[in-house]
Design a protein around this ligand. Sequence first.
Ligand code: PLP
Length: 334
Amino acid sequence: MTLALADILAARRVLHGVADATPLVPSPFMAAETGQDFLLKLENMQPIGAFKLRGAMNALMALPEGTTGVICCSTGNHGRGVAYAAARRGIRAVICMSELVPRAKVDGIKALGGEVRICGQSQDDALAESLRLVEQEGLVEISPFDDPRVIAGQGTIGLELLEARPDLDTLLIPLSGGGLAAGVALAAKAIKPDIRVIGISMERGAAMKASIAAGLPVEVEEVPSLADSLGGGIGMANKLSFPLCRDLLDDTLLVTEEEIYHAMQVLFYEDRIVAEGACVVGLAACLSGKFTPNGPTATIITGRNPDMGMFHRIMAGEDIRLGEIIVKGKSYGP
Ligand SMILES: *Cc1c(COP(=O)(O)O)cnc(C)c1O
C-alpha cells in the first residue's frame, strides 16, 4: 500500500466545500514567546469541531454503492467524523469507544445519529469489539488512522498550510495513531522537501514514539490524560501510518500533563480559543523549551471537544485528578 501527493489532491476534491479551508491565524503571544511567526491552523472550526471530518469524509465517500453501514473505534473525534459523514451518505455508523472517552464526546456522536458501544478500558478493547462486529453485522471498518483515504483526507491540511504560508519552516503536529502527522508530512514534504515536521504526544502513553524507537508497533499502557484524544495504541498490525511517521517525521517530542495544562490556559487566555488538551501539545513543546522554533512555525488546533467541566476547572486553576495522579492546579497569569 502506498500513498502519494496525488491521493491527497484527490481527497481535496472530495472535501471541497464540506471540510476544508479552515482559518490559519497568527498567535501574537506565541510569536512573542518564541521570536518567530507562530500560526494556528483552526481545525476546531470544522463542522464536527475537529479535523477528523476530513479523513472520515474522504473514506466514506469512496465506499461502494450498497454499503449499509460503517464501524470504527474512536477516542471520540473520529467517531464524530464518521457519524457525520455516514449521515450525509444515509448509512449506519456504529462507534466503539472505551470507558476513558469523555461523556461529551459520547453525546456528540449520538447527536449526529451514530450508535455508540462502550467496550472495555482501552482503545485496544474497542478495536477488538469493532472487528467482531465487522464479522457479525457486515459493517465496513474505518480505521481512525491506518487507512489510506483517512490519511489522505488529513493530508489536505498540509496542502492548505503550505499554500497559505510557503515560508513555513516547521510544523508541530499532535501525534497519536499518526494519521494526521503522516498525511500532513506527506503533503508538506512533497511541496517543500526541507520543511521540518515534528510529532508531539503526551508523556504518558505515547504509542507512536515508543513504536518508532522500537522499530515496530508496540503496546503502551493507556492511562487518563488531559490530551485524551491522543490516547490509544497504533495497532499491532499497523500497515501505513507507522511506516509513514517513521520515515517522514523529523522528530517526536513528549510533553507532560502539567505542560499541557498550562498550554490550554495560554491558548484560552491569550488566543481566546476553547480547545482540547490534544491541541496544545505544539504550544506546550515551545513554552517548555523542548522545542525552539527558528523560522515561521505552525501548529494544528486539532479539535474543540473537551469535557467542558474539566475545561472550566483548568481555566479556574484547579487541581485535576487523572486516575492515579493529580495535576496540580495553577491560576493563569504572571
Ligand atoms: C485524533 C486526534 C489527534 C491525533 O490524530 P492521529 O491521526 O491519531 O495521530 C489529535 N487531536 C485530536 C483533537 C484528535 O481528535
